[in-house]
Design a protein around this ligand. Structure first.
Ligand code: CU
Length: 159
């Protein structure tokens, strides 16, 4: 009998096992002490007018789904003061939702296609949500990134 052996890379963690079905995208995944800074699946295809249900699986990380231009590479904003030390402030464009209620994504939100879910986490005691729905009324290919983890990116294809 012929058997297929899996390499250690294929069996360790196996993030592919967690790929959700339907119009779901899951950010991150924990596997033992390893956190996967990826979106599952990396590309999700939906029909125009449908919504994507973004959620977070990682118990140890926070993530955002941010469309359009990335707000800034700087997690912390430095504001010089007339006197004394500069004021340090977390960049709200990275952490907070772009809108009080997320509107449909049209690639021209805020004039430049910016839409940020804001931080999500899995802690029910904390203010950030663990899931967000975004509706895509028009066809197109829309890239998004996590502002917290450079290189953590995904694509929504709307047909
Ligand atoms: Cu992230």
């Amino acid at each position: 009998m012929l058997r297929t052996r899996r390499s250690p890379e294929q069996t360790a963690g196996r993030p592919g096992r967690s790929v959700p079905k339907g119009n779901n995208v899951v950010a991150g995944n924990d596997s033992g002490n390893v956190s996967w800074f990826r979106f599952f699946p990396a590309t999700r295809t939906i029909k125009a007018g449908q919504s994507v249900h973004f959620s977070i699986a990682s118990k140890s990380e926070i993530h955002t789904m941010t469309f359009g231009p990335q707000p800034s590479a700087d997690l912390v904003m430095v504001q010089p003061q007339p006197s004394g030390p500069p004021r340090l402030q977390f960049n709200p464009f990275m952490f907070l939702p772009s809108d009080p209620v997320l509107p449909p994504y049209t690639a021209s939100n805020h004039g430049n296609g910016f839409l940020n879910t804001g931080i999500m986490d899995t802690n029910p005691q904390s203010p950030p949500p663990s899931s967000v729905d975004v509706t895509f009324p028009t066809a197109g290919t829309f890239r998004y990134e996590c502002t917290i983890h450079p290189g953590m990116e995904g694509t929504i294809k709307v047909e």
